[in-house]
Ligand binder design. Sequence first.
Ligand code: AMP
Length: 109
Amino acid sequence: MADTIFGRIVRGELPISFLHNDEVCVAFPDNAPQAPIHVLIIPRQPFEDIIEADDQTIGHIMNVAAQLGEKMCPEGFRLVTNTGHDGGQTVQHWHVHLLGGRELGWPPG
Ligand code: AMP
């Protein structure tokens, strides 16, 4: 698994305040937000994508994402995990986007 900018973030090498931080994952604001609320939830372990991640980590991260969504976006939210080239994944360290704070269009992209 190649190191990425998210590897540096989980190791605390960049000055980023975490919105959530536990033994499995961290959450922090996306630095190019696509909605008023745009948070990334990423595992500490650098899985390349959701295909590589194990069930327990996937379950934990989706739970944390849903709890943050409930708290930060009471009117509703969207969880997205871009995967591979066609999915628009640009950072090869699995992450879930939490988007909300406005009505989101569908279909995306
Ligand atoms: P994706 O395109 O699905 O792989 O998502 C990668 C996301 O990471 C994009 O929304 C970027 O804006 C975000 N991102 C990249 N570098 C940083 C960073 N240093 N801090 C916060 N968000 C970042």
